[in-house]
Design a protein around this ligand. Sequence first.
Ligand SMILES: NC(=O)c1ccc[n+]([C@@H]2O[C@H](COP(=O)([O-])OP(=O)(O)OC[C@H]3O[C@@H](n4cnc5c(N)ncnc54)[C@H](O)[C@@H]3O)[C@@H](O)[C@H]2O)c1
Length: 354
Amino acid sequence: MLSGYQGKAVIVTGGLGFIGSNLAIQLVEAGADVTVIDSMVSGCGANWCNLAQVRNDVRVIVSDIGSTDQFARVLKGVDVVFNLAGEISHSRSMEDPERDLALNTLSQLRFLLACREHCPGTRVVYAGTRQVYGQQESLPVDERHPIRPLDFNGVHKHAAAQYHQLLTRRGDLDCIILRLSNVYGPRMAIHLAHQGFLGVYFRMALEGKPILVYGEGEQLRDPVHVEDVLDAFLRCGTAREPRHRIFNIGGSQALSLKEIARTIASSSRGSQALHVPFPEELRSIDIGSYYSDTLRAQRELGWMPGVLFEDGVRDALAYFSEHSKHYLEPATHLSVPEMETLRHVKTLRASSVS
Ligand SMILES: NC(=O)c1ccc[n+]([C@@H]2O[C@H](COP(=O)([O-])OP(=O)(O)OC[C@H]3O[C@@H](n4cnc5c(N)ncnc54)[C@H](O)[C@@H]3O)[C@@H](O)[C@H]2O)c1
């Protein structure tokens, strides 16, 4: 669904990361004028190669979204903001809560206040998370489920979502929040072990190593392919006066971790699922089973997840196999000419807005 973006000025925060870069590419293809703001946080999924195919068509500003004086001019006249900047690691938020607070909450607050000042009333689509629900009371989980996060990441992401809601209630901005389930697909930061089990499973499969499933692996998840997630973001960017402002976005299949591991392993060469004891340090932040009730998004946005897990896995593995040097060890495997080209784009684009 790409209509409605031709000639539109859009900002994608976190646009060097996994979901943000896929979104930036689709927006370029839809004819939008795309500015990415991303601070390339160490330990997050920023990767210059993610934007390689549109490198001449996006403006990249390397800045924390809270450092608003770096990009205030770009906010003026923007049509839609896709706000995806954030740290996604639950385990890391428990090791260093203040880092997570700074990235996911304080920076978001500063960014939104700058949006209110420079582009009042603008549509902002925020990448929230299903992690805010914590352990589910019943399945599937809909948007009215109590908010009881089990980790600091969930608390901070919820606070940021609340800032979006508050500014919308006050009439300052026009925000929509997507509560994303486990997203997978091309450009995932599969080298980062703390970003979640799906990336780790893909990496193990690519390396032909066993995929370790903690415990019995009976917990359910609804992995959603990034193409489906982009569709939801793009619909929200242009949705007119939606009745609700919060939408669950998850995949169409509820699969156990064991099934997910087996599907990924069987789509690769030489990998297999292997059960190991559940690590004690992860037990307290394990949400148990989860899958989304996405009826609200279906009814109000006309959105439906369309990619079957088996197909999505094949697509992701094909991408990572072709570009493995940029994803297995991304920081160290860029060739010198690639580094030069990308650095040039960064300088050029950043200087054109300062
Ligand atoms: N991937 C998932 O399964 C998932 C699930 C639920 C929610 N989300 C949300 O979606 C968004 C994107 O996730 P992703 O998987 O693409 O992660 P990612 O780590 O690949 O990308 C996040 C990007 O945000 C940038 N960033 C982080 N904090 C920033 C800040 N304060 N200022 C500027 N840039 C900053 C990072 O450098 C990185 O490039 C995040 O907000 C995340 O919480 C993702």
